[in-house]
Structure formats: C-alpha cells, structure tokens
Ligand binder design. Sequence first.
Ligand code: AMP
Length: 471
Amino acid sequence: MKDKCGVVGVRFDAEKNRDAAALYIYYALQALQHRGQESSGISVTNGSSVLSDKGMGLVADYFSRERLQKLAGYAGIGHVRYSTTGGSRLENSQPFSVTYKNGTISIAHNGNLVNYRELKKELEAQGRIFTSDSDTEVIAQMLARELIRNDIVEAVRETMKRLVGSYSLVILIGDCVIGVRDPLGFKPLCIGHVDNGYVLASESAAIDTLNGELVRDVAPGEMVILGEKIESHRLLRCKNHAHCMFEYVYFARPDSIMDGRLVYKVRHKIGQTLAAECPTKADIVSPVPDSGITSAIGYSTGSKIPYAEALIKNRYVNRTFIMPAQELRETAVRLKLNTVRSNIEGKNVILIDDSIVRGTTSRRIIDLVRRSGAKEIHARIGSPPIISPCYLGIDMATREELIAAHKTVKGVEFLIGANSLYYISLDGLVSAIGIPREDLCTGCLTGVYPIEIPGEKCEDKQLKLNQFVPE
Ligand code: AMP
C-alpha cells in the first residue's frame, strides 16, 4: 500500500496549556490537507490516558467542535491519509494505537515500507495479531516488541534498523511526542516552536499556520523527543540521503521550506530552466492550475513571454467522478477547469504542468484549450518523464499506466495532442532543487532506486541503506 500522507505532533508545557493540543493539531492537519484527503485522525494525552478519534473524510468535515472538545490534552499527534491502492478503509486510517507493557503507543506515518510483508510475517509467527493491512501497524508492533527489552531510544533504533523504505513518523508515547525520519530522509519532517510548546510537521506551512516558527528539519536518521525538554538522537547515519524529488515538483505546498529549500523558489527555477532549455516562441505562458502556477511564473520571467491564465480551476470540485457518456465526461472536465477564451483565441500558448503521469489529464486539458481557439499549444513539463513506479510513498501509478514508460517523447506528444512537448532535463531539475543528485531519490525518473526493491534496479555504487555510519 502506498500512502502519501501528512503528519503532525504537538507538545505543550502541561502547566501552561493543558487542553489545546487537539485544536492545534486540527489546524495543522488542515494546512496539510493537500497531502491526504481520505481520512483524518488525532490522538492526544492528558498525561494519564490516550484519547483518539479518526474517521473518513476531510479534517474539517470529520472533526466537529464536539469531537474536538472530547480530545482534551497537552500532547498529541495527527494524520491525514490518502491511498488509492485498495486500502481505503477506516481500519487503515491513523494514528495507529497498540498497547505495550507501560501503556499505549500511537503512531502516524508518512511513507511506505518496502519490506513490510516480511516483517509482518515475522511478527505474526511470534503471535502478534494485526487489525489492518497497513505498514504503520507493523512499525507500531515492532516498537512494542522492542520496548519489552529496551528503553525508548534503543527501541526506536532497533526498530529502524529493520525498516526498509520511507518513513517520517510521529509517535505519542507516555506524554512525549517523538519524531523519527528514516536514514535516507525520503519524506519531509520539521520541527517548529509555538507559544508554550513545540510542533513536528510534514511541512513548515503547518507551523506557519499555527503562528509558530520553523526551528529546523528533523535530520535523516534522527529521533527527536518532545517532552519536558527537547532531546535529539542521531540514531542512524547514511553516507548519502534520498530526498523525494517529487515533493518539490508537485506534492508539497510552494510556501513550505523543506530541507532548507523554499518549494516556491524551486518551482520558479524549474520554470526558468524550462524556458532556457527549450526556447519557444509564443504569445502567452499559462499554468495548468494549481500545480503549474509557480513554474509558469518562472517560465514567464525567464522567457519574457507574458503570463496569462488560459484555465481557471473550480476549487470546490475534488475528483472527476466517472460518468459513462462521452458528452458528460466533457462536462466533468469543464466542471473542474474552464478556459479564459480571450487569452487563448488565435494565440500560441505555452502550457506548463508539473508532471505527466498517465497522460489523461494533459490530453483532456489540451483538447479543452484547443477547442477554445488556441493556434498552437506547447506543453512544457516540470519533471522529466516518469518511467518507473514509486515504491516509497508517492501514490503514482503502476508501470503499465505510466505513459512515458511505454512511449517516446514524440509518442506522448502525439497522444496528448500538443504541437510540441518538452520535459525538463534531469540535470536541470536537480540544479533547480539545489540538492546534489546523490542525495535525491529519482527512482521514478531513472528506474534506479536508492534502496533494494525486488525486481528493480538499485544504485549499485551506493546501496545507501547499507552504509550506516555509526553515531
Ligand atoms: P495524469 O497524467 O492524467 O495521470 O495526471 C497528471 C497530473 O496529476 C499532474 O499534472 C499532477 O498535477 C497530478 N499528479 C501528479 N502526481 C500525482 C499523484 N501522485 N496524485 C495525484 N495527482 C497527481
């Protein structure tokens, strides 16, 4: 199961703010709603017991005032979840709670474990019973097992040594909130400071929302304990990291700072790079909203071609529901996106989008823009062709579904109906992100992954996960 998710942890000084953790988590989760819309959950503690509530749907839809009022506590964690691969069930929603010798562990996870089936089998053979098919429960059960013989720091270290894959975790144990980031740092996690307390969040935009201040990123392989004071333990170190490039391209909010880079700046640079790599004559440059906006502004700055919106997005429609008749399918697309005809008619349009996955969206959009009278449409894409699946936490598509896995650039150009198509180069993308290539995961672009994945190629010079450098 592949989850793209958002996590939050909040720990207040118990004397100064006894009840507010859930409300802070609620707002932070709303700031991270783009990372998952399927289910939401919050677990808090008042120092003696753990109170949890989780359900399907958006944070603001599920959590009523009454639900929140029942969650009085000064420390807690929260989660928003999105999964399309069969796991859309309440029992897979998070935080996940298991009992251990001293009480309850609640855990929320962003990422995907590659070896979770093996680990699950091992735990089942030892008599542990699972209530979900989520890899997060495997982490929770492993941690509970390790806590029988170790203190919390050693228990987390021993658990991490067994986990292969991506994981940014927030854990509620006793009245401590713990943040853990996998040793390759696939998924983001950062620490912030708020009045009378500290916050952990997938993205810094959530900290801004709480009127807090970003302190720093949790380092790859680091465990941070928010308790009476803050403790940091660097549990595992690898020679290189493997930050997910797709967070910068599409997934994260542009106003978030991840691993020291403002996502807005990266996307702006992606646009400038596209303009420099493939100069094109046109009358306007337009984004596919919302994900192409920042790169289209960058493209316009770089090319001096005026920025104008060819498309307007209806923000209140979430999914293109399946409608059988062709003419109604067209209505479904137009319900989500409409064109600004006067910006398009008789013009040569450069259309900027962040990525092409299956190619369906581009094809429909280009068709829409053409019907509104565009003379030429030149598609420019902010990531190189996606040729291989993601096993590490972005819910993308299977290899069969990935259009660039089967077609050349010319083939994709023909299929989406563009006059021309250009994808940013891998070097151009890496330099726009500003992180050395050996510290990025580009598995979906190259088919070569930073860790071993059965049936796939692995970076043979650096099996990153096997290069633990002792603390
Ligand atoms: P398509 O090529 O039809 O699969 O759609 C690609 C578009 O969907 C891109 O332009 C992105 O804006 C968006 N997108 C890319 N990756 C994802 C993802 N993992 N989940 C949801 N939407 C995505």
